[in-house]
Structures are given as C-alpha cells and as structure tokens.
Ligand binder design. Structure first.
Ligand SMILES: C[S@@+](CC[C@H](N)C(=O)[O-])C[C@H]1O[C@@H](n2cnc3c(N)ncnc32)[C@H](O)[C@@H]1O
Length: 455
C-alpha cells in the first residue's frame, strides 16, 4: 500500500487538503490496525502535532462519518461503475470521502476544484488521474442506488448502514420493531457524561468549579454522574487536570455502583484498564481497603497508571495477567468485578467502523472468553460475597447466555438485585440483570448482572 505522508505535497496546502490528508490517514490506520477512529486520530496526532484544531475537527468528522456509511457509499460508487477493487486503498478512500463531502457532509454547494487540487497534491497526478473522471459523475448523481429489488433486511442494512447479517441477527433476538430502534440508537449523537471524583473534594464544590470553567452539568439518574453540555473540551479544564472530573459513560459508572464495595473490603477487578471503573470503585470504598486490578494489556495498564496518578485511587494495585488463566493471587475477596472484553456492540454510535470488522461468529467467540474469565474469577469470591459481570455488548450470547451457563455450572451463585435506578430487565427471564440501550437510556449499550455466592 502506498503511504500518504501527513505533511508535504505540491503547492500551498488548503484547509480542505490538510483535512483530507488527515481523514485518509485515519481511514488507513483504522483499516490496517483494526483500531477505532478515535485511537487512529490520536496515533495520527502523535505523528503531526502541528495540525490545527479546525483541521483536526473536519478531518476526523470526514473520516468517521464516511466510515459510518461505508456500505451505502460503496453501493453508490459501484452503481456508478467505479472499479473500487482495482484502486489502491487511498484512491478508494479518496473517492469515498469525496462522495461523503459532496452529498452527505452539509448542504452547501460543493465545487470540485478544491477537492481535485487536494487530491492531486496528496496522491500525486498519477494517483489522482484515475479518480478524476468520477468526480463529476458523483457530484451529478445523488447517493440513492436503486432499491426496488432489495429484501427488507437489505433495505434496513443500507438505511442504517450496518451489515445485512447484523440486521438479521438483531431481528432474531429483538424482533423487527426493536431492531429498528436499536439501529437508530447506533446513529444517536454520543452524549458526554462525567463522573465527579469525591475522593478529591465535595461534590457540591466540584460542580461549582467545573461550571465556573464553562462546562454545564445536568443530573442523570445515577449519583455523581452528569451529562455535559457546551463545546469546551473537558480535558483542557483545571478540574480535569486535577482529577476532579473524569469523562466516563453513565453505563460504565453503573457497573461500579452495582458492585458497591464497602470501605475496608477487598475487590478483584478483571478487565481493569484504563481504570475508569477502578476510580469509581475506590471512591465508593472511600479509598480504604484494597483493589487488585487485573488486565491482560500492559499498554492499557500504562494508561491505568496515569489514571491512578491523576484520579488518586491509591488503594488499587495493577496486575498484568490473563484473566482466563489462574491468577497470581492468593486471597478470596468480598467483591469480584468483571468488565469483560466483548464485541462492543453497545458503542457502535461512538466507534462505527467496528461494525464492518464484526463477524457473526464473534459473539460466540467472545462468549467463550467471557465464560473462561467468569469461571476463573469466581473462585476468588468469598462465601457470602458478590460477583458483578458487565459487558458493553447488547448481544444475549455475551450476556444472558453466559450468565445462564455459569449459574448452571456453579449453583452456589444466584442472581442478586443490582439496585440500579436506570435500565431495563435482562432477557430470557433474567429480570434482576440490567440492560442499558443507547436509544432508551442515552448512554452506551451495556449489560450488568450481580451474582451472590451462598454464605
Ligand atoms: C471494557 S474494557 C475495560 C474498561 C475498564 N474497566 C474501565 O472502566 O476503564 C475490557 C478490558 O479487558 C481487557 N482484557 C481482555 N482480555 C482479557 C483477559 N483475558 N484477561 C484480562 N483482561 C482482559 C482488555 O485489555 C480491556 O482493557
């Protein structure tokens, strides 16, 4: 694959050219490394720190919104007889970005010339030439490929921009009406939630300080969690730098609040990095007791260490280990919290390119890992203790089915009430478990179950 440098080119770069360069770079990183758009953006920014904020905003938006609509845009380009297979990745992505820019990214008139100039500067005249004959056609034809011969699932797949198999899979579990609601949720504008860290100060004072920095907070059904409005980036505020406030989805804080460990108790946390839930657990414990935080990824555990420094959860100890294996650990604990690796179907509104990498067999594959982690971690729950299991997947294979199998194998565990003021009952009769959906609760899709071990 021919690489496109982030900087350089022929002639003075325009704002559009710089944004297009960044968008192409993000799309290439997403494709090559199977990472989310946001992670690709932070990698791209590492390479080109001098990129202006406006360029970053537009370049990121172009890439994420094009990736969100990939099947629709590709169907449209094929309908226009664009030979995507014989183009390089950058050439194909350049045409996809052009289709998005021309028709989907705002309603104003789009002149071809600036895009053409940017494309020549980035891909070189030889790289850009095979694309240029399509620019005019794309501009002239709206992206509405003919749909009269399509099945209902194919229509939904194009309408909501998801794979056809995914529509069918959702419908099998949720029925058609709820499937459309869930798909609409995948398009919902992400809400930013913050969690206020009472380890650092009183909640009343923190709200005051945060709002004085121009961040408006509205309450949610969960204590210490607020919905943020306003455009100021929270990471630039003093309150964030001092660890008073943490960007943390409501569904994520909910997991710690369900576990609800007492001060002076011991917690084993599996899938701990980057440490959002560790902070909430530690706060609930008044930073008294012990948290053993296990994660398999040393890279993510390095971020956990930075979180610990900023947020002050000093009772937690990092352990890099595989939770499916026996843990380097000797004490039973009152609370085990598993934030399991999963298919992430609850966060497709934030990381849309994930949907193109998912395969139907992934849900069962994750379920096997989740069951192994549950089996291994459950042996550390002391009699009378609790195990909280959570995923940010909405698929029953990774949730209800995993819990059902676990309870069948380990009859000394039973489902307990979560005590959560938000969410709906689990499926398949697991009414004590909680499900959160983006379209219903305005947060990440998630599943949380609390299991009690007989005393
Ligand atoms: C949903 S994320 C955890 C998020 C974290 N609890 C938080 O709130 O910030 C799942 C984590 O599980 C970790 N993981 C994946 N497989 C694992 C395994 N076999 N053992 C332990 N951790 C694992 C991943 O590295 C990832 O950090």
């Amino acid at each position: 694959v021919k690489q496109t440098p982030l900087e350089g080119g022929v002639g003075p770069p325009s704002g559009l050219e710089a944004s297009l360069r960044l968008a192409l770079h993000i799309m290439r990183l997403v494709g090559q490394h199977a990472i989310t758009e946001r992670r690709a953006l932070s990698k791209a920014q590492d390479l080109a720190r001098a990129i202006q904020a406006g360029v970053i905003r537009i370049g990121f938006k172009m890439s994420i919104e094009t990736l969100r609509r990939l099947n629709l845009i590709d169907a449209y380009l094929r309908w226009l007889h664009v030979p995507l297979e014989s183009l390089t990745i950058d050439q194909s992505n350049c045409l996809r970005l052009f289709a998005y820019w021309a028709h989907l990214g705002g309603s104003e008139e789009k002149p071809i010339l600036p895009f053409l100039r940017a494309s020549r500067n980035i891909l070189g005249p030889a790289g850009s030439l095979p694309l240029e004959r399509y620019f005019g056609t794309i501009l002239a034809r709206k992206p509405t490929p003919p749909s009269h011969s399509m099945s209902y699932q194919e229509l939904l797949s194009l309408r909501w921009c998801v794979p056809v198999w995914y529509v069918v899979h959702l419908a099998r579990w949720f029925g058609w009406k709820q499937t459309e609601d869930i798909l609409r949720g995948h398009w919902q504008k992400p809400v930013t939630h913050v969690w206020l860290n009472t380890l650092k100060a009183e909640e009343y004072d923190m709200r005051h300080w945060v709002e004085a920095e121009g961040i408006h907070l509205s309450p949610t059904p969960l204590p210490s969690v607020f919905r943020v409005t306003g455009r100021r980036p929270i990471q630039r505020t003093e309150a964030y730098k001092r660890g008073l406030v943490q960007i943390q989805d409501m569904a994520s804080v909910a997991v710690a609040q369900v576990a609800n460990p007492s001060p002076d108790s011991r917690v084993l946390e599996i899938g701990a990095a980057p440490g959002g839930k560790t902070a909430c657990l530690s706060e609930l414990m008044g930073n008294r007791g012990a948290i053993y935080s296990v994660d398999v990824s040393s890279r993510r555990m390095r971020t956990w260490l930075r979180f610990r420094e900023r947020l002050g959860f000093s009772i937690a100890e990092p352990i890099v280990a595989n939770g499916t294996h026996e843990l380097p650990f000797a004490t039973p604990v009152e609370n085990v919290v598993i934030d399991a690796p999963c298919s992430n179907t609850g966060v497709l509104h934030k990381a849309p390119s994930l949907k193109w990498r998912l395969r139907p067999e992934d849900f069962r594959r994750y379920a096997r890992i989740q069951s192994e982690i549950l089996d291994s971690a459950s042996s550390w729950v002391s009699p009378g203790g609790y195990l909280t299991y959570a995923t940010c997947s909405i698929m029953p294979e990774e949730n209800e089915l995993v819990i059902e199998e676990f309870i069948r194998k380990q009859p000394d565990f039973h489902l307990a009430e979560t005590g959560l003021a938000v969410g709906m009952a689990g499926m398949r009769g697991l009414s004590k478990a909680r499900r959160l959906f983006t379209h219903l609760h305005g947060c990440n899709g998630a599943f949380i179950a609390k299991l009690a071990r007989a005393a």
